[in-house]
Design a protein around this ligand. Structure first.
Ligand code: IMP
Ligand code: MG
Length: 209
């Protein structure tokens, strides 16, 4: 079982005023729940765990866009740093795939997959809620019979809607709330926010489509 940093259900988070948040989002957020620095520290450790487990296998790192782009870029930077500073190193190539299933803060039950020409051994993802997006993607990947597929997700949500799917590597396990920032969006907004925050109800209305 993958280990993870647990953010408790009663986690109070941090006041927005203690951090730098873009002006245009100041009235939309309740609390900072995972500051950017903590995301980076946990990601650094995930990189180490991945390199330890991969042996000398070549990794095709597949980024699940759009929500996974920050995590993917930072995770790969840490893997690169390990590769260039140790005796053991793992060759790395990258690919990108786009999936879309959400409208407002709800799943549409329709997982669209766009792009991706090579198939992977390591898929980097933003968040697993029910697990449906990742299960759809995995069945597609497995049709190409890769040697091995490992999934890294920065976040996994504790929710009764979960299908039971768990990624191979997990950054944080988070409460059942709608989170934004660090590339996670609400109708495309909030990707340009560094910290992971809880959206307030007023903002859910303001950016509703
Ligand atoms: P699943 O298929 O239910 O596991 O949902 C995963 C996808 O839903 C993610 O890739 C996100 O695009 C979206 N998602 C689920 N929960 C959140 C959230 O709290 N914030 C932003 N996006 C979310
Ligand atoms: Mg989204």
């Amino acid at each position: 079982m993958a280990s993870y940093l647990e953010i408790a259900d009663d986690e109070k988070g941090h006041e927005l005023d203690l951090f730098c948040v873009p002006r245009h989002y100041e009235n939309d957020l309740d609390k900072v729940i995972i500051p950017h620095g903590l995301i980076m520290d946990r990601t650094e450790r995930l990189a180490r765990d991945i390199i330890r487990d991969m042996g000398g296998h070549h990794i095709v790192a597949l980024c699940v866009l759009k929500g996974g782009y920050k995590f993917f870029a930072d995770l790969l930077d840490y893997i690169k740093a390990l590769n260039q500073n140790s005796d053991k190193s793992v060759p790395l190539t990258v690919d990108f795939i786009r999936v879309k299933s959400y409208c407002n803060d709800k799943s549409t039950n329709n997982v669209k997959v766009i792009g991706g020409d090579e198939l992977s051994s390591l898929a980097g993802k933003d968040i697993v809620e029910t697990g449906r997006t990742m299960q759809t993607l995995l069945s597609l990947l497995n049709e190409c019979r890769p040697k091995m597929v490992k999934v890294v997700s920065l976040l996994v949500k504790r929710t009764p809607r979960s299908s039971g799917y768990r990624p191979d590597y997990i950054g944080f396990e988070v409460p059942d709330a709608f989170l934004v920032g660090y590339a996670l969006d609400y109708n495309e907004y909030f990707r340009d926010l560094s910290h992971i925050c809880i959206l307030n109800d007023q903002a859910k209305e303001k950016y509703k489509v």
